[in-house]
Design a protein around this ligand. Structure first.
Ligand SMILES: [Zn+2]
Length: 136
């Protein structure tokens, strides 16, 4: 058997336990620490350092606001490593129908009329996961 017991321990047991801890980490800390962009019925928050540690899961208030979105970082400055991987897989036609939040969902913030990412064309060709931010 290729890899044997070490592959089983590291490739399945350790990685699964790390995944659990990442999930529990977000489900507890991202409801306590961070900022609130959208009014949601929970105490979810966006937290940049949790997002860096968990490849984008720290944008938890965004996630609770629009849960069917493939990306959790809604704006270009919200680093979302998981979404970058999904976009790469999409480019190779390994995943499809990636859903992103529509403009009215992004704009649904107290005191906001228009999301800055939309006005800068973020959703229409300025995705840093696909192209550089200066490319059109
Ligand atoms: Zn939550």
């Amino acid at each position: 058997m290729i890899g044997g017991l070490p592959l089983f321990l590291w490739g399945f047991c350790v990685s699964t336990v790390m995944l659990w801890h990442g999930t529990f980490f977000i489900n507890s800390l991202a409801h306590v620490y961070g900022s609130v962009r959208y009014r949601t019925p929970d105490q979810s928050r966006n937290n940049w350092w949790l997002a860096l540690l968990t490849l984008g899961e720290g944008w938890h208030n965004n996630h609770h606001h629009f849960q069917s979105s493939a990306n959790q970082g809604f704006f270009w400055w919200e680093v979302d490593g998981s979404y970058c991987v999904l976009r790469l897989l999409h480019r190779f036609h390994l995943v499809w129908d990636l859903r992103t939040p529509p403009a009215h969902v992004l704009d649904d913030r107290p005191g906001r009329r228009r999301a800055p990412a939309v006005s800068r064309g973020w959703r229409h060709g300025h995705d840093p996961c696909v192209r550089g931010p200066t490319e059109g």
